[in-house]
Ligand binder design. Sequence first.
Ligand SMILES: [Zn+2]
Length: 220
Amino acid sequence: MKHKSRHIGEVTKFRADTAERITAPTAKRMSGGRITRHGRPMDVSPRELERAKDAVGRKAKDRLAWALEFAQQNVDELTPGELLDDRIRLRAFIRPTEVWSAPVLLSSLPAAIDVVIVRREFAGMLQPVSDTVQRGGEIVLMYMMGRDHEGRPTIDIGTGDPVSGATLRFAELLEQYGPEMRRCADPKCRRWFVGRQNKDYCTTTCLSRVTTERLRKGEK
Ligand SMILES: [Zn+2]
């Protein structure tokens, strides 16, 4: 991992990044008041976040499936709309229990470049490791103390930037559910997916392709 330096100087972003409830004024402060080309701030509604949470998965194993899909996606095919979806989904992946009480400025979500870096990072984590060389990275954790409505101390644990946050989540999921990962038996595909032990192909597309090829060879 090469993004260690990104942690430095990003402490101010931490509060909003880890707060369970984000209000629009907080997001505005964080974004530095950036506006769209049309001259008005662009925000994302709480409903859009909920939709992103559905897409990413409400359960941990579903989120691993989403992350595998995300890591192995052909990025050349992304439309600007899909990239925007990815930014919101990445936020939902990093903070799956987060609830918004008001719209949040788009500029306070993971940036487009973060989406690109996270995808590359995840893809790298799926690469086979040799027996002799150890590979891994460092993630700096931070915590933020708060207080609930009864005055009890609360704590949020997080990272200083979305790339570290997403990497941490993915690492946790791989640690917990890694043994349930399978690799598509189609030699032309070889994608990682989460599935039952008896499932050899990531999709029915791969299954039928291999079956068709086998039949064709059998006929000769
Ligand atoms: Zn496949």
